[in-house]
Ligand binder design. Sequence first.
Ligand code: FAE
Length: 540
Amino acid sequence: MTAKLTRRHILGVAALQTAATLGLTRIGLQSARAVEPAAVDNSPAIVVGSGYGGAVAALRLGQAGIRTLVLEMGRLWNTAGPDGKVFCSTTAPDQRSMWFRTRTEAPLATFLWLDVVNRAITPYPGVLDRVHYDHMSVYVGRGVGGGSLVNGGMAVTPPRSYFTEQFPAVDADEMYGTWFPRARAMLGVNSVDPAWFESTEWYRFTRTSRKAAANAGLKTTFVPNVYDFGHMRREAAGTAEKSALAGEVIYGNNHGKRSLDQTYLAAALGTGNVTIHTLEKVTSVTRASDGSYVLTADRIDDTGAVVETRQYGCTYLFLGGGSLGTTELLVRARDTGTLPDLDPAVGAGWGTNGNTMLGRANHLWDTVGADQATMPVMGIDDWANADNPVFAEIAPLPMGFEHWISLYLAITKNPERATFSYDASSGGVRLGWTAAQSAVSVGMAKKLFDRINAANATIYRHDLFGSGDKVFADDFTYHPLGGCVLGRATDAYGRVKGCPRLYVTDGSLVPGSIGVNPFVTITALAERTMARVLAEDTAP
Ligand code: FAE
């Protein structure tokens, strides 16, 4: 599958490079001679967003010979800044780090309660956004590639039993036999060499957490990743420029990461049928009298000012704006009456994947190392524990010195769900998630880590999440899921109820929880949707 796409990949990568060199916001094989479009751009298909769901849709539409326009609100991350790098570092973040902020908002806000992590920055369309709701904030990636630009690359296939529990109407044989393997192959999933893992200083932090878990009788498991471990070993050997071994992750990786612009999106552009517009945010969707869709999009400049508002028309509309982006567009469309036939289930079924972050303090003899790779490769797997199912990613905390902290992102089986509602005063949406709903995740994470602390005679860190005494970060998630749940707001294939030829292909299809890091599931479900839609809906 990947071999067949090689020529397309090369063409697509060249198109991305040309666009970056010329500073274009319209990327395609013809981008170098792109002409100004007419007042309403009409494409047979439009894809909103270029994360996992959007990228799969774009590639499969392009391969099917369907001219497709992708509208992405973030920028193309392909041009080096004054320091010669595309992305800024996590230790000295600049404007490239965050989406229109005057100060960075890193997940770990403090060290020894000191405000030493965040920095003042100039507002700019940076790569990481933190979207704030009343009792929950959500980290998302912005740019060509969406979340793939900022995430930890953990490429986990969920346990089949939990997938079936969450998606009872989806054929699990087909998912595990066809769509998950296809997603993994296309994403370039690979695994750390266990022998190197056991010997390298860069994963001492993981081995120390594994030992602590084993002392509590808990099982750990290796987790694959899309970071190229061959590159990582060359970084360690000093023969390749460091990225994962230089602390790079949440503000982008300059090397090694197989983000979507290098995989699905490069292949999509290489079909010659796909064009990507950057810095264009879709603000509304309606239908024309002939049943086609009409989108309004604001084009912004680097200061965030709207420089143009355009309309686009299409026959087939694919929403890949992520759980937040897609759900907001649809809730607004239903509740302002531009798509009045949308189902009442639109906006519902949202969850945090049970995310809770926490740190433990190790004994002085249990060092975690000054050198830490930023790509997680192991999790504590207690999901099968019916009393308290938790899968906890062993997360890095690279500070360049020994700090004895073990950090974790716990994914708990929190059954709580929330609903987005339209807020007429702002024109945006509100999220009905409450602090009590987060407390459910914290309770589950605490139960597991109390056990680990008791077995090791260790304690929690109290100094990492702000000036107070916060042990569990219960106010943010990396894994927003749901809002347009498969089989409820859509049919069993992501076709939106009440709106023919409108499809959802992203994380909003997943009902609030999937038990592991979610992008492999999102990608596999999108592959399944696209195969069905192209076979049944787009035939002449
Ligand atoms: P996503 O990738 O968010 O893409 C949506 C795209 O649409 C973005 O590029 C938006 O800018 C764009 N967009 C949104 N609204 C609009 C609009 N109105 N007009 C135009 N464009 C729009 O969606 N998951 C894992 O599986 N493994 C990990 O290791 C992992 N680590 C993570 C670490 C961090 C720091 C973060 C933030 C997330 C992490 N995730 C991880 C989650 C993962 O990145 C996320 O589930 C996927 O990116 C979601 O994919 P979607 O296609 O739903």
